[in-house]
Design a protein around this ligand. Sequence first.
Ligand SMILES: Cc1ncc(C[n+]2csc(CCOP(=O)(O)OP(=O)(O)O)c2C)c(N)n1
Ligand SMILES: CC(=O)[C@@H](O)[C@H](O)COP(=O)(O)O
Ligand SMILES: [Mg+2]
Length: 620
Amino acid sequence: MKLLNTINSPADLKKLPCSVLEELAAELRDYIVQSVSKTGGHLSSNLGTVELAIALHYVFDTPADRLIWDVGHQSYAHKILTGRRDRMKTLRQLDGMSGFPKREESEYDSFGTAHSSTSISAALGMALAAKLKNENYTSIAVIGDGAITGGMAFEAMNNVGIYDDIKLLVILNDNDMSISPPVGALNRYFARLMSGKFYATAKNVGKTVLRGPILEIARRFEEHAKGLIAPATLFEEFGFNYVGPIDGHDVELLVSTLKNLKQRTGPQFLHIVTKKGHGYKLAEADPVLYHGLGKFSPEEGIKPPTGLKPTYADIFGNWLCDMAATDSKLIGITPAMREGSGMVQFAKDYPDRFFDVGIAEQHAVTFAAGLACEGFKPIVAIYSTFLQRAYDQLIHDVALQNLDVTFALDRSGLVGADGATHAGNYDMAYLRCIPNMVIMAPSNENESRQMLTTAFLYKGPAAVRYPRGAGIGAPVEKTFDSLPIGKGKVLRNGKNIAILAFGTMVAPSLAAGESINATVVNMRFVKPIDKNLILEMAQTHHALVTVEEGTVSGGAGSAVMEALAEEKMANPVLLLGLPDKFIDHGDVSQLLAIHKLDKNGIITSIQERFGKSADTCSIR
Ligand SMILES: Cc1ncc(C[n+]2csc(CCOP(=O)(O)OP(=O)(O)O)c2C)c(N)n1
Ligand SMILES: CC(=O)[C@@H](O)[C@H](O)COP(=O)(O)O
Ligand SMILES: [Mg+2]
């Protein structure tokens, strides 16, 4: 690492001659592989942006020039070059460095990202701010061929097109991959652009001479060539000056092209072509597997997991295939998360009923609504955090029309290494205020399957919110049992205190209840909440404790409070859940312990509030 070791900031990078940047890229790539192998993280995407990160920091004056990485899962090289090399060993761990750009982490992280397709909007905001402030910095958005399919990117480009005097550069990092292979007409369009060899050659001629007065000639040549041999690209129609496609792994070419673009005013669009996983054979061969991963051996690669409990996504995927076999109206929809959502087998078995709509959550939900109108039974498999994108579609297009759409809400609650941006902490709060919604939270894998069946059979919008990863290891029956809507289940009878637990919090609550002899209820439904059972608990216990893996602000515990208030019940209630703040990355078990949502934490909170002995507690 003789070059990389000398670089602690972009200023150090700028001291190097351009001729050694390729060598630096090799060192940086190796550093990323070694480092991610020890921490886990997003690998394939980061290996594809090494040359780009070097060239950007080499040519532009960051942080004065604003650099935004869309999604941000490809920003490790950028982090390393901007003084965070040593922090890579803490990547995505408790109190460690975030896996995404974060404004509070570094002045070089101009904008926090993680949910896709935001970069062009933010860059346009910054570019117009520069104009308003009379400053001359350039705002740069780096966006992938997956992320650019998101609606926001188009909204932003539509807006960009009306400004011809801003310093804005959009770089399309086209690796012909989303997490899975990319889908849609835009992807086909990129392939056509790439095959327009003559056009690219014409561009390359322009590229080599872009300086001084010759720049103008080159521009004219470019215009002439475009007019003659190729229609304007989509991006030119949007008002950009389009350059490319060029090889995104040729660092010297990137440097010279960026130098040219830096001189220009008006929206610029650079199309670069890269390979996901570039330079690490295993990731190149299987970029999907190496997209996001845990620790691994760089020499041997990822080993197939053995003897692991099935994840909730697996439970969903199995149920989906089983249910699809019994009901030809079932449709499975994913907004670009086929693997994470456990839909690989379903996609293989039922290609005509599987729809990957791209990174397009809003479209996914309204598309499902359309299918439901025509008598199909769509299931939208979506991460809790990404459903936030489609909130109005959920309300206006699905719930308001009481359409029969099932939401398989994965990654609910804490997600661990991805941190605050991806945490599914809000769904109980944001869903339960929507009329017509049914919301369930399973306490184990078998109940998850039962709830999926219940949601699917229910004639209206219903969500099953389940967590990332494996559950408690409950055996799963291959049947299609459904549950009575809005009914909880008493798991143990105790004295004085009734713990009303939701979803993942049932297991630690039960363990806590056994220690302090409290009644424990598996509430099962967040909506409709089991009011009768709540009243019964209030009448037979001094105090109620609600426990949920979600924000306490407006969450399931609040639903219990509302039920009590409606019936004028004045029992003391302790609401346990996640606090009203964003929770950073860390192991889920660490985070649950910190927020007192494990067995001991629940006991401590109850005893702090109600006294040491639950049997004889004095209710304060
Ligand atoms: C709104 C939103 N939906 C889904 C995701 C999950 N996601 C993260 S990266 C990714 C693929 C991005 O593809 P691309 O932009 O081409 O980047 P690449 O991984 O190819 O480098 C997806 C679907 C997300 N981060 N945000
Ligand atoms: C960057 C991004 O949004 C995804 O890659 C996400 O990190 C996947 O999360 P899971 O690992 O939970 O599928
Ligand atoms: Mg891509």
